[in-house]
Design a protein around this ligand. Structure first.
Ligand code: IMP
Ligand code: MG
Length: 187
């Protein structure tokens, strides 16, 4: 693995490698292809963090599907959400009677996804499942949030890379790593 000091220097350690991500995303694509046989899932990317995961995942699903993008923000400090969710960019397409798969980068407290899920249920989605790249189960506040597909369970640490950011940076790291606390404690 090539470790560009400019980007990798701010990491405490690498948690998930590019190769491990590729393998899991391929497996998840196969599982979804199997689970949604005969259906046409409406894939929804939660921007921005899930953009790379979404792009890779949809190419591993061997079914007709549609893609749409939803941008939300949850207020909070630099590394923790406070629980107020706002829609920054809504879906372009109607999801009435559609089998929706929400694609998220990471589920932490669960507040963001729980909000998005109930919003889309109110709009009449036939079904909603959640696919996340990372899951911090130990940080969950919304206990009854069902996360259907998880690539990696991770410990409570602030991670960046493969779409995940800190102050909009590090999204282009091919691996997922733990950000050195020194980086955000100086803010
Ligand atoms: P939740 O509402 O607490 O589940 O927060 C989910 C959102 O918080 C994710 O979509 C991310 O945008 C952000 N987030 C939570 N943990 C991390 C992290 O470790 N790195 C980067 N973003 C994170
Ligand atoms: Mg996100």
């Amino acid at each position: 693995m090539e470790q560009d000091a400019k980007l990798y220097g701010d990491l405490e350690k690498i948690l998930v490698t590019k190769e491990e991500i590729e393998r899991k995303v391929r497996q998840l694509g196969e599982t979804i292809t199997h689970d949604y046989e005969g259906k046409e899932p409406a894939m929804v990317c939660i921007l921005k963090g899930a953009f790379l995961f979404f792009a890779d995942l949809v190419r591993e699903i061997d079914l007709p599907l549609t893609t749409d993008f939803l941008a939300v923000s949850s207020y909070g400090n630099a590394t923790k959400t406070k629980g107020v969710v706002r829609v920054l960019k809504d879906l372009d397409n109607d999801i009435l009677n559609k089998d929706v798969i929400l694609v998220e980068d990471i589920v932490d407290t669960g507040i963001t996804l729980s909000y998005v899920r109930s919003m889309l249920l109110h709009r009449g989605a036939a079904s909603i499942r959640i696919a996340t790249l990372l899951d911090k189960t130990s940080c969950r506040q919304v206990k009854d949030l069902k996360v259907d597909y998880v690539c990696f369970d991770i410990p409570d640490a602030f991670v960046v890379g493969y779409g995940l950011d800190f102050t909009q940076k590090y999204r282009n790291l091919p691996d997922i790593g733990v950000l050195s606390p020194a980086v955000y404690k100086t803010l």
